[in-house]
Design a protein around this ligand. Structure first.
Ligand SMILES: Cc1cc2nc3c(=O)[nH]c(=O)nc-3n(C[C@H](O)[C@H](O)[C@H](O)COP(=O)(O)OP(=O)(O)OC[C@H]3O[C@@H](n4cnc5c(N)ncnc54)[C@H](O)[C@@H]3O)c2cc1C
Length: 336
């Protein structure tokens, strides 16, 4: 394995920001991971882990050692009558994995198709889409402690999964490298098709099959979301804010149209609606702008910098706070 100094990262992040890493290693095996962590430890360098770079904002220079997670492969641990359990390496492409499971009759992940990035990053923010979250299918997450190089495992309960959150974004942020994820997938074809946009795309099908759900999810995403290969972006830039019910009711008296849905005892607001109402769609900062169809997606029109992207995000959040008194939180991790 080569550990390169002053390495360009423009092709390692889907916003195509022109960052450079002080040091960079492409990690394809557990031995290479151990070697890269030992290198960082020997020079007291901070470690930054990247999968597909589809949920990060990289500033100009990333200090320390960037690890590009490229470990591949899977082990089927159990193929029972009702479930299959399999361990998948962190560098595996998430979308390819979803398609491969579906093709083998291992169901459940269809709603999460076309989410860019790697299997190893999926637990970090508990990826979710169209009414399904990764957490439902995780049995265990395997990781290595960045400081000691020791292997550790986390059960689903240990992971503290929540909306776009887990222990890997909280208490253990920047402390582990996820090396593998063990999934438990059902073999029956029960699907989750209640999400309104998905239900609409399924055109009222009474009992949709996993294949129909997959087709609908692919169609919705291709129609609604800009392809980062053509128009660099990191998907939703802001979380949907979650409010206590009393605070929501007070907001609703002032803004009766506020788009929302129940989230247990609390209420989740549609961040895209808030941004749109606050005039976000017209905002631009240098080559960074808000996507014309998706108010939550900030795109790079060519030579945007991290400073421009983050300034644009700050202005949007300020406009939403001024109009609604609601705080927007940024979803991607910011490095450098
Ligand atoms: C067009 C588009 C649509 C998207 N749609 C969705 C969506 O519907 N739902 C959703 O939840 N997300 C969505 N995302 C966000 C993103 O795809 C996911 O968060 C994805 O899991 C990020 O994977 P990645 O490999 O690119 O991670 P990266 O961007 O490389 O990293 C993200 C974070 O995870 C950490 N990380 C990555 N790999 C590891 C590892 N092996 N060990 C420890 N830490 C690690 C990084 O340090 C960083 O903090 C979308 C993004 C885009 C561009």
């Amino acid at each position: 394995m080569r550990i390169t100094a002053d390495a360009p990262l423009v092709h390692c992040n889907t916003l195509r920001l022109p960052a450079r890493a002080e040091w960079c290693a492409s990690v394809g095996t557990p031995a290479e991971l151990a070697e890269a962590l030992a290198f960082a430890r020997s020079r007291a360098l901070p470690v930054c882990v990247l999968g597909g770079g589809s949920n990060v904002v990289l500033r100009e220079r990333i200090p320390g050692c960037v690890l590009l997670m490229r470990m591949q492969g899977e082990d089927v641990l159990e193929h029972g009558d009702a479930v299959v359990r399999l361990r998948v390496a962190a560098g595996t492409c998430w979308h390819d994995f979803v398609l491969a499971c579906h093709a083998r009759g291992w169901y459940g992940l269809e709603n999460l198709a076309l989410i860019p990035g790697t299997v190893g990053a999926a637990p970090v923010q508990n990826i979710g889409a169209y009414g399904v979250e990764l957490a439902a299918f995780v049995e265990e997450v395997g990781a290595v402690d960045r400081a000691t190089g020791e292997r550790c495992t986390f059960t689903r309960a240990d992971c503290c999964f929540a909306y776009r959150h887990s222990i890997f974004k909280g208490e253990l942020a920047e402390r582990t490298v996820i090396t593998d994820v063990t999934f438990r997938l059902p073999l029956d074809a029960a699907v989750q098709a209640d999400y309104p946009a998905l239900r609409a795309a399924l055109d009222g099908a009474a009992d949709p099959t996993p294949a129909e759900v997959l087709r609908a999810v692919l169609a919705i995403r291709r129609q609604r979301l800009p392809d980062p290969q053509r128009l660099p972006n990191v998907g939703s830039f802001f979380h949907n804010p979650v409010l206590e019910r009393a605070r929501f009711e007070s907001l609703r008296t002032r803004h009766p149209d506020v788009v929302h849905w129940a989230d247990g005892e609390r209420v989740k607001l549609a961040a895209a609606w808030l941004v749109e109402q606050a005039g976000g769609k017209a905002m631009r900062e240098g080559a960074a702008r808000v996507h014309e169809r998706q108010a939550l997606v900030l795109v790079n029109d060519g030579d945007a910098t991290a400073t421009e992207v983050l300034e644009l995000a700050r202005r949007i959040a300020a406009a939403v706070a001024a109009r609604f008194g609601v705080e927007l939180r940024i979803e991607p991790a910011i490095y450098g």
